[in-house]
Design a protein around this ligand. Sequence first.
Ligand code: M6R
Length: 610
Amino acid sequence: MCGIVGYTGPQSAVTPLIEGLRRLEYRGYDSAGIALGTSDKLFVEKKAGKLSNLESALGSVPAVHSGIGHTRWATHGGPTDRNAHPHLDNEGKLAVIHNGIIENYSELKAELEKHGHKFQSETDTESVAHLLSDLRKEHNGNLTIAMREAVKRLRGSFTLLAVHADQPDLIVGVRRNSPLVVGLGDGENFMASDVAAFIEYTKRAVELGQDEVVTITPTSISITDLEGNALKPREYQITWDAEAAQKGGYPHFMLKEIFEQPKAVADTLLGRMIDGRISLDELNLSDAELKSLQKIVVLACGTAYHAGLVAKYAIEKWAHIPVEVELASEFRYRDPIVDKNTLVIAISQSGETMDTLMALRHAKEFGARVLAVCNTNSSTIPRESDAVIYTHAGPEIAVASTKALLTQIVATFLIGLHLAEVRGSLNSSQVSEIYNEMLELPSKLEQILETVEPLRELTRKFTEKNTVLFLGRHVGFPVALEGALKLKELAYIHAEGFAGGELKHGPIALIEEGTPVIAIVPNTHEHGLDEKMLSNIQEVRARGAKVIAIASEGIEIPGAAHIIRIPNSPQMLQPVLATVPLQVFAYEMACARGTDVDQPRNLAKSVTVE
Ligand code: M6R
């Protein structure tokens, strides 16, 4: 959850560091700081609050050519100047930045204090700066060896970068359960939590495995394991372009990302049907293995979990396989009934969510095969999975997930159709029919986005409300949960999503005069779903609720104060469309209430701590 960047090369380091931090600020924004590699002593500036505070505090900065920068999401120690990274050794010559948690920091601190080290902060990270300082001295000033030895003493999850004033052009990094990538430039090199930090300068990246220690200078990169054995850099090409990580004229990344959804969905579908069959070669499972599957378990958090809930309806209906959807943060504490005939689908935009990563490792211990659905190339979750289907949403910078969700739903639909095809539960014309309906989603999304203006005006009527309830049935239920999550995280309004059938089992007591209730009206008469939701609308309206209905064209909704129309689609595909007005609703509400849309309080984009 913190953002880390390192630069060494011919540029004045402050520029790529600050630009990199700006692109990584989505990872945390409690404080920001940099250390520049001037010889003699390091130049360090750090400030609580957003990156802009650091920028204002930076007076004249030495024109040096290497350094490290950090943007923080606080875990140990409050968001103060003192607790901001980088952290220094007592001589002020060695600086460390860190993403993750050092679990044994108190014992290290006690030991280091006994040896005379004086601590300045309340963080877990500072213990690493002092430890590295001692180990570097023990190893004749070799920072790389010191890092290897330090890591052997650390427990927890971490990405660490360190610089020392005696060798200012050299930066050493390491990762365990937290992300770190190297960017290979021309006479310059970078390290960062995410390629977005250096995408403007290079498209050549190197991925790093667990416990790999990397040392960069402007012209070299060397990677070793903890025993010092040299490892070959695994280089890959970054496909995202620098522009994709900019706001492109929109006031917020979130709005830009909402409007990118038609393309994101189209890109995720691109080339997925060849000769009348769903093409998912990356699945890495033979038809025989797919036929022998007895169960699917979806693991995910937050919005990605909602994608999993939608997937359950589709995969069970199309492929006739039981699907369990689990909150990754809970799954790992259970003794799950999974084995080699279970396919685990780990859904994650970032590919770095610690809860999902730990849950997938837990599932693997029981012999399950793991398939990742992920948006971020070469991130940890796909690397640790047996196979990966990448969503093609492009970089999602706003903390609130939008286009990632839609592409995750579409990717899991493709998995469901492929399974149905292989297992014979749908014939090829049924699969093609559903796939062709999916191909129409991008243009239907365009239509929704062309007509959001009235919704924006409508939202303004509700900005003073303190509670908003969302109702859905069938696949509309996860949509209701997602609508509530978006409103909570963006507008800081108490919001709850309920299954329509659960209303009278308790939640209806929350309704009072004027309570806004957003109802997702099903697109089907099957099982009387539409009628049941219309009854729910009457029930809440009778108790004073103001109902806003999200419904397909042509469906009459007696009792609704407002109706937001979305294009018709088969019921199973409706979440892809019905979610969009709810995203816009939350976005507008946040703007009207003056909250920070792209960086809501207390949150971070990728949650790399448990
Ligand atoms: O990167 P991931 O998809 O694994 O992230 C999972 C959740 O942290 C994420 O979806 C979160 O709930 C979003 N901020 C919600 O908008």
